[in-house]
Design a protein around this ligand. Structure first.
Ligand SMILES: [Zn+2]
Length: 288
């Protein structure tokens, strides 16, 4: 379980006129090996939409998208598509038993897991491809668990993608956005009803998964709205907080356009046939 830190310790806000950026994820420091860059507006939309789905008693799952040629690619996102949570196929025959084989948590909570509807996923992928944009990563919400990347998250992560965003809504008043770099062999994929696992909801401990920092950029006003959403108790109040000068604590934080981690696949691994990569693995997008 991660410790929450106040924004003073964590959010080194860099400003340039009205433009600002800050690390808004929980994880930063020595164990973070890179960063994801996102507009503040996208972060706010992710939180708002996932919270609404959470209030409806459902889990979120979707795809993060970027424009071709974006700096930092594929470690940057500019847009998102939520799949329809009402079409979650997790409890369809053929999937339900595989989830129940992952431990008592998955037998207790039948909303623990997401399996994309293959027809919807195909339509979404085609629409993204037709728009000339590219899928860079999946995301999903955790309804009860912290913002870790779990054993089952690892097993079901599509290896075509170098990272994955978790939105923890365990405390809906203190949501968490936390990206993870994931490097895994394409053959290492999937769950089965023949599994006899326990504790698959717990954090994956292997070297293939590393936390990344999430760097949000936008106007100072929007960035303050985001930090107030993520860190409500310590969020700055009013105009004074919003015009706060940059803090020195940002020194040494990872930047969105820093060195690409050595484990990242070449761009072509994701760019080429991205829909094929997603669809080849469709029906197995199950996340706790
Ligand atoms: Zn998960």
């Amino acid at each position: 379980m991660y410790q929450q830190h106040g924004p003073g310790a964590l959010l080194g806000m860099r400003t340039n006129g009205d433009a600002a950026q800050a690390v808004v994820s929980l994880r930063c420091g020595e164990d973070v090996h890179g960063a994801i860059d996102m507009p503040v507006a996208l972060c706010l939309r992710l939180l708002r939409q996932a919270a609404g789905i959470h209030r409806a008693g459902l889990k979120s799952y979707g795809l993060l998208i970027t424009e071709p040629g974006t700096a930092g690619y594929p470690f940057a996102a500019s847009d998102v598509v939520f799949l329809d949570s009402r079409k979650n196929r997790r409890n369809d025959p053929g999937h339900r038993a595989a989830f129940r084989a992952q431990g008592s948590y998955f037998r207790q909570f039948d909303d623990a897991g997401f399996v994309a509807d293959s027809a919807e996923l195909l339509a979404v992928c085609r629409a993204i491809e037709d728009s000339g944009r590219e899928i860079v990563a999946p995301f999903h919400s955790h309804r009860r668990q912290p913002a870790n990347f779990s054993l089952i998250d690892y097993r079901l992560h599509n290896p075509a993608f170098a990272w994955h965003l978790i939105i923890s809504l365990r405390d809906p008043h203190r949501p968490v956005l936390q990206p993870f770099g994931v490097h895994k062999d394409p053959s290492d994929f999937g769950i089965s009803d023949q599994d006899a696992c326990q504790g698959s909801e717990l954090a994956y401990q292997g070297p293939e998964v590393k936390p990344l920092a999430l760097v949000a950029h936008g106007s100072r006003r929007a960035l303050c709205r985001l930090t107030a959403t993520l860190y409500p108790k310590n969020a700055p109040d009013g105009a004074d907080g919003m015009t706060r000068p940059p803090e020195s604590s940002h020194q040494g934080l990872p930047t969105a356009h820093g060195p690409v981690p050595a484990w990242a696949p070449a761009n072509g691994d994701i760019h080429g046939n991205q829909c094929d990569d997603v669809l080849r693995l469709s029906g197995l997008h199950g996340y706790r």
